[in-house]
Ligand binder design. Structure first.
Ligand code: F6R
Length: 249
């Protein structure tokens, strides 16, 4: 596991985008694993800029997103599908059928989860997975105590997550109760991982992820076992690390 600390959010966004752009130049058919949330927004902005200004080509890429709400239609402005369209896909030249997201409206959710795993395998596996991290150490919707070997499956959202999300929906009934998420094991199968974090509020989760024991209580800690994982963080997110570990600049 490589720890890379940069000055601020802009710097980590740029570095992550250059990793993706280098990969696409080497392998135009790369399979990217993508995340939603605030953390990758700067990275997506930079990818859009590289596409517009430097011709970065996404025409042969395939993407797989980590997660999606169940029972939230794709057109809903809170669906992760909508998020990805608005913040990346509609601004680059990726063909619509190269975009893979779990279908939270599928009639048979279990079947959908199996299908998603199969689609990833059929595509040849994820070459580079982008991850954010929750303050409680979650990755994708794998909340604390998720099995470290888990595969794509349906997860019940915690009351805290539902309450946090309530402001984005008309009423509490509309707030999703479930999500489909890649499992921790699915994420670990990616050939490389970049876990990004920015800001002091992530510092505790990052300290545990980098220095702590591996535990299902903090699913992100499993990334220590990955053969090609980079923890890409800014100085604020690194602020609680043991000083002697701060070597990679
Ligand atoms: C999103 C996802 C989540 C986020 C995490 C951090 O697809 O999988 O695990 O990465 O909740 O969210 P932000 O980046 O908003 O702090």
């Amino acid at each position: 596991m490589l720890l890379v600390i940069r000055e601020d959010y802009d710097a980590i966004s740029k570095l992550a985008s250059s990793r993706i752009s280098d990969l696409l130049k080497k392998n135009p058919y790369a399979i990217l694993g993508l995340a939603t949330g605030s953390t990758p927004l700067g990275l997506y902005k930079e990818l859009i800029r590289l596409h517009r200004e430097e011709g970065l080509d996404f025409s042969r890429v395939q993407t797989f997103n980590l997660d999606e709400y169940v029972n939230v239609p794709r057109e809903h402005d809170q669906s992760y599908y909508y998020f990805m369209q608005e913040n990346l896909f509609k601004h680059i030249n990726i063909p619509p059928d190269a975009i893979h997201m779990p279908n939270g409206m599928a009639a048979d959710i279990e079947e959908e989860c199996e299908l998603y795993e199969e689609q990833i395998i059929k595509a040849g596996g994820i070459d580079l997975q982008i991850l954010g991290i929750g303050c409680n150490g979650h990755i994708a919707f794998n909340e604390p105590y998720s099995s470290l070997g888990s595969r794509t499956r349906i997860k019940t959202l915690t009351e805290k997550t539902r309450n946090d999300n309530a402001r984005f929906f008309k009423n509490m009934d509309e707030v999703p109760k479930y999500a489909i998420t890649m499992g921790v094991g699915t994420i670990m199968d990616a050939k490389s991982i970049i876990l990004m974090a920015s800001g002091e509020k992530k510092a505790d989760a990052i300290r545990n992820t980098v220095e702590g024991p591996i535990t299902a209580r903090l699913p992100a800690t499993i990334v220590q076992m990955h053969r090609n994982a980079t923890i890409l963080i800014d100085k604020a997110a690194a602020s609680q690390l043991d000083q002697s570990l701060k070597i990679a600049e």
